[in-house]
Every structure is written in structure tokens, then in C-alpha cells.
Design a protein. Structure first.
Length: 586
């Protein structure tokens, strides 16, 4: 099998057909291509006015290269104008692709045409290689949009997850008639990146909006997957892939564009927010202005909060937060009513215990509260933090030693989900489906058969890293620690063999061939690495080397680790470790 000569996380200058042939077959997870439309546009070095036969032959060659480079479960998205949309759809199918969707991207700012109607849309084809095996993350909350039941009728009974984006009508959603359209649609509303927009890069005339690429990358790939753009252009695909925690690779014919793309990539990091409006509500305001009936936060409807709701939440909390196991009716899996003198747990304990928060949610449902579990738990946290939750118990923080075995996997899982879903720790823990997925992701990085409380681990780690004492002490030691000689990179296998019988406590940094992936701490570094490197999660990242800093106390390790994370910015480390410190290094 031919091995790739091209490194990931880079943009490579040269002809895309030649570069595609240098890739190892079946090595790419997602390809997004926005090729020249062959309409006479002026590019830096490319001729965009070929004969029809020459253009189609060129497309046959590069699309064939895409098919060869994609994994069997990979996806291929193609953006093209009216002139060759039908031809390239047929050609792609002839080369072995199956078309799952024909999406219309409707610009809310059209392109003016001198002798004809303004160009206001582009065709987006969604192709796969295998009809029975492909990535489609339809449950990603940032892929879904509020339903008409939520938007128009302010109906709290509507599915709080929303629905998948529309895909068959041209009218903007807020201008559409109440009846007469299919519930599944293929027209997407994103503003074209016009010359006056802040996200405009300036050097390339055909720039895609980041939010549109974000939807495609989120739905058709997973964190750490390899995303390829054969026509680098302004670098939007690569920048969005990097922000969303994917590996990326781009090809670009123009040397000048390559330099500018590299500058754009250097200016962003995993976890950065995407530029532009995220949904049609922002990108295409309604032509008919009316009273807004529903308030939204993070794309979700907010239920009104009043004393009556507070009382019901308090009552549900009392029923679900009783401390003693004897306070539960095991036969019916229901908590008994709190009696005088009994102790309630803290709201955090209820939140982090799946059984307790399920009981709390059931009590809220029985009380006929509007909303869903996430809304009720978020309101419970607001009451707790405001000191308005009556009879609440004390919160006992878990020491770092207690979460040592689970902390790294929990941190990686949180970072991957927070980047991909743009969710805070509160939001993940308050959302039952997200919390369950968090545990599933964390278990992929653990490498043993033990039971782990990942929810408590990430909560405690966040509290420890967010302690103001960590920032104060980090400022005191930053220059001395970071300017000291750093440990050498060692192959992981060699490090484990040499230290097999050693008891090493401290900080470790795991890297692949290109960069540092994760910086962690453990009281048993060798034991952790021995198990973790066998896990399915870590094997996806192909780690090669490790660095080790000896540190005895976990409280000292978290300070030094936060400095290293702030300095090196490994994308698998949680962003809450970043310290607001000014040194010569960052």
C-alpha cells in the first residue's frame, strides 16, 4: 500500500490531483471541496475558463483522487454553481459515490450580476462511499435548529433538541407560510462572506462562511478525524477544522495563498468560536417584524422563572436529595418525602449522580413543570449558587489524589465535547444525553476495566484548576519554571521499558509526530501510560513520544501543568487550565 508523503495539520502547495495521488488510500475521513466553477473568475494562478471537456476531465481526475483517499465510511461534500452541478453529481456517482443529499446554500447577500438575475445560491452535494457505513452526527446540538413549534408558537412541549436543518424550500423560515412544506428540507441560510464582513480574509474572492463549514464538519466527522480540502483558497475549511479539534490538510496551487492560509491557521486554536451568524434567525432576519414570543439561550427556549416554579423545583430537590440510602423506596425507585431532621445532599452531588438527577427530573415532570431535565437542573444550579436552595447540604470537594485514575480521561472527553458541541461543563452535566456521551468518550481513554466516576472527576478537576490560588502561584513561578531546561522527548515504549519498576509521580506530556496532544499529571505516570496507550481512544491519535517532569505533590503539579498547558496549548487539554499570565513566552 502506498504511504502518504504529506503531513497532516499543514497546507501543501501544488496541484491537487498530484497531491491526492500522494495520499495513502483510505486515509481521509472527510473531504470538503469548493473547486473553481469554470465561470471565468480571476484567480491568482488558476485558469477558470477552460473548455467544457477539459473542465470535466479535470474534475474526473480530482474527484477520482478524493474517492481513492477517503475511508470506506468517509464523506465527501462538494460545493458547485449552477453551470456544472448536474454534471458533477453524475460524474461523482460514476466514480463510485452515492449522493445522500442535494443541499442548497442560499446566500442572504446575493452576488450582483450585470446581465442577469443576481446569483444567490450554491449547490452542496453530500456524497458517501458506503450506504450502510458513514458518519452522520445528527444529534450534535450545533447541527440542529429550533423547530417551528418552538419559534412560531412558543410551545414548551416541543422537542428541546430542535430538529435537523431544513432542506427543500427557498423562502426563509420565518417568512414561510404555516402549512404547505415538508418537514425535511435542503435549503440552508447563511450569509455569503461579503467584502464588508469582519470574517472576510481579504485575499480570496470566493470565501465560504465558517458557520456553514462548521455544520458540515460537525455532522460528517468526529474530533481527531482528518479533514481534507483539495482547494485551500482562503483556508476556511482548514481553520474551522482546527477550531473544532480535527486534524486538517489542504492543497493550494498559489504560493501566495498558502502563505496567507498558514498565517490564518497560526492565528486560531482548537476551541475558538466560529465567525459569523450560527443560524438562519441571525443570518436572514424576517421581512415581517412582529412580537418575539420566545426567548432563546444557546439555541434553546427559556422557560419563565417565578416563585411558583422555584417552589416546585425546591420540592423536587428535597425528594431526590435525601442522603441516606434508607430514604429511597427501592421497589418503586422513588425517593420518599423529606422528614424533619433528615439531611439533603448538595445540588452538585445530585447533579453528578445519574440516579438522583433522574429522580429529580421525574419529580419535576410529575409537578408538570414546563421544559426538560436540562432546564430544571440548570435552574437548580442557579438556586444553589444564589444561596436560595433551602436545607441544602454542604459540598465536599474531592482531593486530586482521589480522582487521579480518572482525571485524564475525563478531561480529554470534556475537551472533545466542549469543542465539538460548544457546551460548558454545566451544560454537559445538566444534559442527560450529553453526560452519558461524556462518560462513553472518557471510557475510551482509560485502558482498564475498573469503574470510574468521570463526572465527579471532571467537576473536581475544574474546581481545582479554577481556584484563584492556582493563578496566583502560577504567576510567581511562571518565568523560572518555563525558562528552565525542559525534559527530552522520549519514545513512549522506551520510556515505559526504562521505568517499568519505577514509581514516578509528576507531569507528563504526550505528543504525536507533529505536536503535543495532552499534558497530564499522575501519582503513577508509568502505570497510567501503560494502560492508557492501549486504549482505543489514544490509539486514534497515534501518540509517539512522552516528556516527564517529576513533581511530588498533586497541588504543585496542577500549578505547573496549567503553565505548560497555557504555553503549549495541547488541544486535548481543557481550556479551563489556561492562565491569564503575561510572560515572555505567552
Amino acid at each position: 500500500m502506498k504511504k502518504s508523503t504529506l503531513a497532516a495539520n499543514q497546507v501543501h502547495q501544488g496541484d491537487c490531483v498530484e497531491k491526492l495521488n500522494q495520499l495513502e488510500p483510505g486515509s481521509v475521513d472527510l473531504v470538503f471541496a469548493d473547486p473553481p466553477f469554470n465561470i471565468g473568475y480571476t484567480y491568482d494562478v488558476y485558469d477558470d475558463q477552460q473548455s467544457c471537456d477539459d473542465y470535466l476531465q479535470f474534475c474526473r481526475e480530482w474527484i477520482g483522487g478524493v474517492h481513492r483517499a477517503l475511508k470506506d465510511d468517509g464523506s465527501f461534500w462538494l460545493a458547485i454553481g449552477d453551470e456544472y452541478a448536474a454534471e458533477l453529481k453524475v460524474l461523482s456517482q460514476q466514480l463510485g459515490f452515492h449522493c445522500r443529499s442535494w443541499v442548497i446554500w442560499y446566500y442572504t447577500f446575493g452576488v450582483n450580476c450585470v446581465r442577469g438575475f443576481s446569483r444567490s445560491h450554491t449547490h452542496l452535494f453530500y456524497f458517501i462511499k458506503d450506504r450502510n457505513k458513514f458518519t452522520f452526527n445528527g444529534d450534535n446540538p450545533l447541527v440542529r435548529v429550533p423547530s417551528a413549534r418552538q419559534l412560531v408558537y412558543a410551545d414548551a412541549r416541543a422537542n428541546p433538541k430542535g430538529r435537523l436543518p431544513d432542506n427543500t424550500w427557498i423562502l426563509r423560515p420565518q417568512d414561510a407560510p404555516e402549512m404547505g412544506f415538508s418537514p425535511s428540507h435542503d435549503t440552508w441560510y447563511f450569509a455569503r462572506v461579503a467584502g464588508t464582513f469582519k470574517e472576510r480574509e481579504g485575499f480570496h474572492g470566493c470565501q465560504m462562511p465558517e458557520q456553514l463549514l462548521g455544520r458540515i464538519i460537525r455532522v460528517s466527522s468526529n474530533p481527531s478525524d482528518l479533514v481534507l480540502d483539495p482547494f485551500g483558497g482562503s483556508g476556511t475549511t482548514l481553520a474551522v477544522a482546527k477550531k473544532l479539534g480535527r486534524r486538517y490538510m489542504g492543497f493550494e496551487l498559489s504560493e501566495d495563498y498558502v502563505t496567507r492560509i498558514e498565517q490564518r491557521l497560526d492565528a486560531c486554536k482548537p476551541g475558538d468560536s466560529l465567525d459569523g451568524a450560527a443560524d438562519p434567525i441571525s443570518s436572514a432576519p424576517a421581512t415581517r417584524q412582529g412580537k418575539k414570543r420566545t426567548e432563546f439561550r444557546d439555541g434553546r427556549p427559556l422557560i419563565p422563572l417565578d416563585e411558583k416554579i422555584t417552589a416546585k423545583v425546591q420540592d423536587a430537590f428535597e425528594r431526590a436529595a435525601l442522603v441516606s440510602d434508607g430514604d429511597f423506596d427501592a421497589a418503586e425507585s422513588k425517593p420518599k418525602k423529606k422528614k424533619k431532621g433528615r439531611t439533603l445532599c448538595h445540588a452538585y452531588e445530585l447533579l453528578l449522580n445519574p440516579d438522583r438527577n433522574a429522580m429529580f427530573a421525574e419529580e419535576c415532570k410529575q409537578a408538570k413543570l414546563l421544559g426538560d431535565t436540562r432546564m430544571w437542573l440548570e435552574y437548580l444550579l442557579e438556586l444553589s449558587r444564589a444561596g436560595k436552595l433551602a436545607d441544602e447540604g454542604n459540598w465536599k470537594k474531592q482531593p486530586l489524589k482521589q480522582i487521579d485514575a480518572s482525571a485524564a480521561a475525563a478531561e480529554i472527553a470534556f475537551q472533545m465535547m466542549s469543542v465539538d458541541y460548544a457546551m460548558s461543563l454545566d451544560t454537559i452535566m445538566c444534559s442527560p444525553d450529553a453526560a452519558t456521551e461524556f462518560e462513553q468518550v472518557a471510557s475510551q481513554f482509560i485502558g482498564d476495566d475498573q469503574t470510574h466516576d468521570f463526572r465527579a472527576a471532571i467537576w473536581s478537576l475544574h474546581e481545582a484548576a479554577s481556584d484563584p490560588k492556582v493563578t496566583r502561584k502560577a504567576k510567581q513561578i511562571a518565568d523560572e519554571f518555563l525558562n528552565a531546561e525542559q525534559p527530552e522527548l522520549e519514545p513512549i515504549e522506551s520510556f515505559l521499558e526504562q521505568n517499568e519498576a519505577a514509581s514516578l509521580s509528576g507531569i507528563y506530556a504526550i505528543s504525536d509526530q507533529d505536536s503535543v496532544l495532552f499534558i497530564g499529571q499522575s501519582e503513577d505516570v508509568v502505570g497510567y501510560l501503560s494502560h492508557a496507550m492501549r486504549s482505543s481512544g489514544w490509539q486514534r491519535f497515534s501518540p509517539t513520544t512522552v516528556q516527564y517532569w517529576p513533581v511530588e505533590k498533586p497541588s504543585d503539579a496542577i500549578i505547573k501543568r496549567s503553565l505548560l498547558i497555557t504555553w503549549l496549548r495541547p488541544w486535548l487539554n481543557a481550556h479551563f487550565f489556561y492562565q491569564p499570565i503575561a510572560t515572555k513566552l505567552f
